[in-house]
Design a protein around this ligand. Structure first.
Ligand SMILES: [Zn+2]
Length: 98
């Protein structure tokens, strides 16, 4: 299977008003891994696929912004929390959403 660099990942989450929002993100960190940031744009995925931010424990892509942290998002499936960061420079360079 032909692989490509994923580029920015799509994150869909429900905000505190119950509205669904989608953002493109480039870096993820878990609250449990000592704030080690993973560059999502370097992840390899099959050509033709769009990359979503998935929960590392339950594989859900269903997030809420129900977190005590400014950049934090909580998994809708298992409450696992992640931190997200978007590097605007990488966002313009790689875009897998088209
Ligand atoms: Zn989960």
């Amino acid at each position: 299977m032909e692989m490509k660099e994923a580029g920015a990942h799509s994150l869909t989450y429900m905000n505190y008003k119950g509205e669904f929002k989608t953002e493109m993100v480039t870096h993820v960190s878990s609250l449990n891994s000592g704030a080690r940031w993973i560059d999502l744009t370097k992840v390899k995925i099959p050509v033709g696929k769009v990359a979503f931010v998935q929960c590392p424990t339950c594989k859900s892509d269903n997030w809420t912004d129900d977190s005590a942290h400014m950049q934090g998002y909580a998994c809708g499936g298992c409450d696992y929390e992640i931190l997200l960061h978007t590097d605007e420079k990488l966002l313009t360079k790689v875009d897998n959403n088209v």
